[in-house]
Ligand binder design. Structure first.
Ligand code: ARG
Ligand code: ZN
Length: 883
């Protein structure tokens, strides 16, 4: 059933308090809930409908009395009370559930012998009957009873107010959360866990106990998570003035988790891969992800929990904003430019294709069948770009004023994206024009820029035109409000001072406090619009969309010479990188065309020189160099082609990598050698940047058929003292099928078979291999003892990894599609959320040639014909087919 934003209605009944009691057992768990209900607006006589899925109703009482048979009804999704009392009343509901059989990992389930919950978005209804929607905010207490030896630790939200022993080797704990919250933030954990403890003293002097819970043997791997948590708490105080609001903050790591992590009030639950790290077992990328996600979930305490969403269509209100906050946090902890580059790459590689395909939806979707399908790169990443645009338009202090007003107005409420917009606008008295369209129009806007210099008049003009492509259900679009951060470079490579611009026939000052600026933010709001800069002494090279100031696809009339000039000189480091990427995209597209016409491939020597000069520029940040010498991904190139051709794109990218590696072999070898270090692993920007550059150089070299390089990589592998370096050497050796590869993969497995997270890297690496016919190897790995279809991380590693090799997933014999089709049907029976993530790999099937289209379509049809298909998979598969 499809749900629509336009159908939102305020609830007729509200909940004041909820007392939950869990009797956790091996065969069954009993959940008793006592809810104080009161009428919404004014006394309504409508039925009270509670959500409930997979529940066995044991008893029901209204104001202490059992209702009559025909006063209520239970179906597979609801419990309906036809005529509840008119004033305040109490509901007592007892249900029975079976967490040990719950493979969906939604609601209450068991993971490695421990109980845990995941309620967002609509998992609470699998625990008890409830109005499971975020605008129902209530105060909770949670009483947990369980066996003392099996479940020595009992956790829930808020403060522990009582605990004690019971008969029969049982014990109990009672938790009370003083803050109102929606049901999706409820959490419970029970099991054999130990904690790393620390404290954080807030700015106003509150002493907060911090505890990170894992099985005992993993405790040593929580040092970095604790560091990250404390850094996040400090950062939110410094940057947003936001403090933690309870005396206890718990994080629990579990190995079976559908997503990354969950911000339950004071009891965050994490996928263990986003908590556990040691230098020997986790890479720099893992360390960085942990920092970002620990920050993200912590930041939700204000942006998500204290102020939450009125309904699930508003998801980006909390997710876009919180992603923006975690991006800023990571920027401040490392390199801002490099973080920005990484985030923009993610957007281009994953979000742009979504925005151009059958699942395209606005940042605030208009409808959904299954909400879980809308935890997307559009809601999260594009949503974060939308928040970033407020900051670009209002400036850092204006943005902060807007945030302050947002909390002042809405603390303790469930609100909408308009409320956030209004706070930003009102706090700054700003004219935000048609900015709200960013929430309602799907599709990536195309922005075209044409420039002209008039030497006589000394003016430089930029003509912008924009278009938003049609998307499912939205064929005609309005022009968007696009903030374009811009600088003009003179022939000396420096930014020209800018003080005024003609716009709409009026001369506008862009000076700040009477001072000319080097970067200005143009507000492009119309389909076509011209800006003319005055007093420009020579033809400048424009640096447009600095810092990627809006999530658009931009085309401009910049020449290759202009782009090389920007690559060498732009004061905006993001745009230096971007200039290199534009050049690389152009080059790759033209080589793809050559490849398709069977022409010999040759690499333009200017490109090689450009890469060499970046690689050898000692003044540059090493992580920046690493990013700047990395070619756009295959996915990114396929996304900008008329008909995506995975074989051609792969051949071309491989060709360029090899040409660069042989042309720059000496420089790359020097880079590897001069960036080694025998010092102890440290997680900081300089060391990570050094390792990143060394390992990118090594990966380039690994593309050569050269025994000297094999020796080098084997040496790097065996001398590595941390996983970053060891895995990078493995990746370098992984590129060439043969005995060396087989041996080293076997060696790696033998070393790490006891470590679930490292074994997942090993699975993913093999799954992603571009080796022809790799699907057979992947099928074999399904039977490997290290694999388990019930564990999402393993599925994402092996099945998800496989789909990330375009040549194999899109193999022309259909073998990749067939494999995925089979996996989706199997997975759907166990875990619909995971199955639905996997089926999404099919969604852009129309981008390929006819042969591939037919093969993919056949799999989608096969999936849709499967018995008992989940709504999750149904939604993605059917929308993919019908678009
Ligand atoms: N709110 C979580 C986060 O921090 C994600 C929850 C995802 N849940 C889901 N059913 N998809 O981003
Ligand atoms: Zn989130």
């Amino acid at each position: 059933k499809e749900i629509f934003l336009k159908d939102y209605k305020q609830p007729d009944y509200l909940f004041e308090t909820v007392h939950l009691k869990f009797t956790l057992g091996e065969e069954k768990t009993i959940v008793s809930s006592k809810i104080v209900v009161y009428p919404g607006l004014e006394g309504s006589s409508s039925p009270l409908v509670l959500d409930g899925v997979d529940l066995k109703l044991i008893s029901l009482k209204v104001d202490g009395k059992e209702p009559k048979e025909d006063d209520f009804c239970v179906d597979s999704r609801h419990l309906t009370l036809y005529s509840p009392p008119s004033g305040k009343f109490t509901l007592d509901i007892v249900t029975e559930i079976y967490p040990q059989k719950n493979t969906s990992l939604e609601g209450l389930y068991k993971s490695s012998g421990n109980f845990c919950t995941q309620c967002e978005a609509e998992g609470f209804r699998k625990i008890t009957f409830y109005q499971d929607r975020p605008d129902i905010m209530a105060k909770y207490t949670c009483h947990i009873e369980a066996d003392k030896s099996l479940y020595p630790v009992l956790l829930s939200n808020g403060n522990l107010i009582e605990q004690g022993e019971m008969e029969g080797n049982k014990h109990y704990a009672i938790w009370e959360d003083p803050f109102v919250k929606p049901s999706y933030l409820f959490a419970l954990v029970a099991g054999q866990l130990e904690s790393r403890d620390d404290t954080f003293i807030t700015r106003s002097g509150r002493k907060v106990s911090l505890r990170i819970w894992t099985p005992a043997q993993d405790l040593p791997k929580t040092v970095h998570a604790m560091y990250s948590l404390k850094a996040a708490m400090k950062w939110d105080e410094d940057v947003f003035g936001l403090e933690y609001d309870l005396d206890l903050f718990n994080i629990v790591a579990v190995p079976d988790f559908n997503m990354g992590a969950m911000e339950n009030k004071s009891l965050n639950i994490f996928n263990s891969k986003l908590v556990l790290a040691s230098p020997e077992t986790a890479t720099d990328a893992d360390y960085a992800a942990i920092l970002g996600v620990i920050g993200h979930e912590y930041f939700h305490n204000w942006t998500g929990n204290r102020v939450t969403c009125r309904d699930w269509f508003q998801l980006s209100l909390k997710e876009g904003l919180t992603v923006f906050r975690d991006q800023e946090f990571s920027s401040d902890m490392g390199s801002r430019t490099v973080k920005r580059i990484a985030d923009v790459s993610t957007l281009r590689t994953y979000q742009f294709p979504q925005d151009a395909g059958p699942m395209a939806h606005p940042v605030r979707p208009h409808s959904y069948i299954k909400m879980d399908n809308f935890y997307t790169v559009t809601v999260y990443e594009k949503g974060a770009e939308v928040v970033r645009m407020y900051k670009t338009l209002l400036g850092a202090s204006g943005f902060r004023k807007g945030m302050d007003l947002y909390f002042e107005r809405h603390d303790g409420q469930a609100v909408t994206c308009e409320d956030f917009f209004a706070a930003m606008r009102d706090a700054n008295g700003a004219d935000m024009s048609n900015f709200l369209l960013w929430y309602s129009q799907a599709g990536t806007p195309r922005l075209n820029v044409v420039s002209a210099y008039d030497a006589q008049a000394k003016t430089f003009s930029l003509k912008f035109s924009q278009e938003v492509p049609p998307s499912p259900g939205q064929l005609v679009k309005e022009p968007m409000f696009i903030p374009v951060a811009l600088g003009l470079l003179g022939s000396n490579g420096k930014d020209m001072p800018l003080s005024s611009v003609y716009h709409d026939g009026k001369l506008e000052s862009i000076a700040i406090n009477g001072q000319p600026v080097h970067t200005t933010v143009l507000r492009v709001t119309k389909k076509e619009e011209e800006f003319v800069f005055t007093d420009i002494p020579e033809r400048p090279v424009p640096s447009i969309l600095r810092g990627y100031s809006a999530p658009v696809r931009m085309d401009s009339d910049l020449t290759d010479a202009d782009l090389y000039f920007l690559l060498a000189n732009d004061s905006d480091e993001f745009n230096r990188w971007e200039a290199g990427q534009v050049l690389a995209r152009k080059l790759m597209l033209s080589l793809v065309a050559d490849f398709q016409q069977n022409k010999p491939l040759t690499l333009n020597s200017q490109f090689l020189h450009g890469i060499r000069s970046i690689l050898c520029d000692l003044s540059l940040d090493k992580e920046f160099i690493g990013k700047a010498i990395t070619l756009p991904t295959e996915a990114e190139i396929m996304d900008i082609m008329e008909v995506a051709d995975p074989d051609a794109v792969h051949a071309v990218r491989t060709f360029i990598r090899k040409e660069l590696a042989s042309g720059l072999k000496q420089e790359l070898l020097d880079t590897v050698k001069s960036n080694r270090s025998s010092e102890e692993y440290v997680f900081n920007h300089l060391n990570m940047a050094r390792r990143a550059l060394k390992n990118i150089a090594l990966a380039y070299l690994g593309s050569l058929d050269d025994p000297e390089i094999t020796e080098l990589a084997l040496h790097e592998y065996s001398t590595a003292t941390n996983m970053t370096d060891q895995f990078a050497a493995l990746v370098a050796l992984d590129q060439k099928p043969g005995k060396t590869r087989d041996d080293i993969l076997a060696d790696f497995y033998n070393k790490w078979q006891h470590d679930f997270l490292v074994v997942n890297k090993w699975l993913a690496l093999q799954a992603m291999a571009d080796i022809p016919g790799n699907v057979e190897n992947v099928r074999k790995l399904l039977d490997h003892p290290a694999f388990d279809l019930r564990n999402p991380n393993k599925v994402y590693a092996l099945v998800g990894g496989f789909c990330r090799s375009p040549v194999n997933f899109h193999a022309k014999d259909g073998s990749g599609y067939k494999f995925l089709g089979e996996m989706v049907v199997q997975l759907d029976k166990l875990n619909p959320q995971v199955a639905s993530r996997m089926v999404s790999s099919f969604s852009r099937w129309k981008r390929y040639d006819e042969t591939r289209q037919n093969l993919a379509k056949a799999q989608l049809e096969m999936i849709l014909a499967a018995n008992g298909l989940s709504e999750n998979v149904f939604e993605i598969a059917s929308k993919s087919l019908s678009a």
